[in-house]
Write a protein that binds this ligand. Sequence first.
Ligand code: ZN
Length: 192
Amino acid sequence: MQPLIDHARTFGRRPEEFAGLAEGQSPQALFITCSDSRVVPALITGARPGELFELRTAGNIVPDPAGGPCGEAATIEYAVEVLGVQDIVVCGHSHCGAVGALVRGDDLTAVPHVRDWLSHAAAAPAGPDPGDPTVSAAVQRHVVTQLERLRAYPCVQRRLADGRVRLHGWYYEVHTGRVRAHRSGTDAFEAL
Ligand code: ZN
């Protein structure tokens, strides 16, 4: 932790670089991804402060909009209705612990909040995943499911209907840094 503290201590030494951010934010995209520390949206995209509005959840899960009040739905609605983001990315990643637990049906008794979150918010991705440690196929199916969930949000639905928002499904390999994008209308993820 100490290196992180040391960096934070010196971070604000060039306040002129950030002064413009006081005027507000107009992010290019809502970026929904897993909390996994190996996934760093600003590194992957090169985004500067103010350019990405992030929602990070265990397993980059988009909850059912009809599932009652939750912080994730509030974040999505704020990004779409208030900030007017024109692009939403759902980015899953290789070696995802949450998706792996869903696929394997892990016993999560020792982590009841994780168990409840996964059982409440996500279904195990359909189809086989024969022991692949990257769980790549399952993660990609899972990303497509989260995109479908997003389409069920009324604010997203309205903007999709008149072309004011675009949805993107990404798959990020933590061990190579490569990104693949879902090709709409298919199961395929292809190089960006
Ligand atoms: Zn993950």
